[in-house]
Design a protein around this ligand. Structure first.
Ligand code: F6R
Length: 250
């Protein structure tokens, strides 16, 4: 099955981040009540900085925007410095005019995880669905915390992180010691993500090149979760030259 994914290649990580911000801003400007799906991690940091700049200098308003975040570590509360809620505060929410009550990050301390996951799914539907979901990609092809083996019909749920993901998140960027990284997370499922009207996957750096190649040119397979975007009607991969470096090679 040939994939339907649009590929945009930029020379630098910065240009790729700005392109992703441009795609997000276009949705924010074109809808009266835009609904964004957001990612955390190192990759989108520059994109959020660019959105904050557009807010300051180009009057890009988030006042009517609703946001849903992909995932959150289980066991970390919203005030924990390494929680994804705090990441979003630091990198985006504190710098734009989004209304706090319109931002939804899964609660890592929820007393009932199934109830929390069901509420998250219901709230996306009630908001009218996600207009654009921004994704990163793991070196193993994961999207959100859907590790290899996650099914195409998976929904928001509790998952166990793989040792590679724990290692990737404890290389000093977020946690300094693997022992500090929570072993489980709440994550939107593959089906939750695939229901977005559009998807932008941002990948930068050499470490992502093989996962990007597999996602675009490998089989549509649960072994590489991002390959499960191949048949999405409006999915764009925005890549820098390093992340794109294995495309076109067998
Ligand atoms: C984060 C997320 C993850 C990351 C991925 C890449 O919300 O869902 O899938 O997008 O692990 O992380 P970075 O950007 O740190 O390389």
């Amino acid at each position: 099955m040939p994939h339907r994914i649009k590929v945009v290649m930029k020379e630098s990580a910065r240009e790729a981040a700005v392109e992703a911000a441009r795609l997000i801003a276009a949705v924010v400007r074109s809808k009266s009540r835009p609904v964004l799906g957001l990612a955390t991690g190192g990759t989108p940091e520059l994109t959020y900085a660019e959105l904050a700049r557009m807010h300051r200098e180009e009057a890009l308003s988030f006042a009517a925007v609703r946001t849903f975040n992909l995932d959150e570590y289980a066991g970390l509360g919203p005030d924990h410095a390494q929680s994804y809620r705090q990441f979003m505060q630091r990198h985006l929410f504190a710098h734009v005019d989004v209304r706090p009550w319109n931002t939804r990050v899964l609660d890592g301390l929820a007393s009932s995880v199934p109830a929390e996951c069901e509420a998250f799914e219901r709230q996306i539907v009630a908001a009218g669905g996600v207009d654009l979901w921004l994704l990163g990609i793991g070196g193993n092809g994961h999207i959100a915390f859907n590790e290899p083996g996650s099914t195409v019909d998976s929904r928001t749920r509790l998952v166990t992180l793989t040792p590679e993901t724990i290692a990737a998140n404890s290389d000093g960027r977020f946690f300094s010691d693997p022992a500090e990284v929570p072993r489980c997370a709440l994550t939107a499922g593959i089906a939750t993500i695939r229901e977005a009207r559009s998807i932008v996957l941002l990948a930068t750096g050499r470490k992502k090149a093989e996962a990007v190649r597999q996602s675009l040119h490998g089989l549509f397979s649960e072994r590489c979760p991002a390959s499960l975007l191949q048949d999405h009607p409006d999915c764009t991969f925005v890549l820098d030259s390093e992340a794109a470096s294995l495309l076109g090679k067998a």
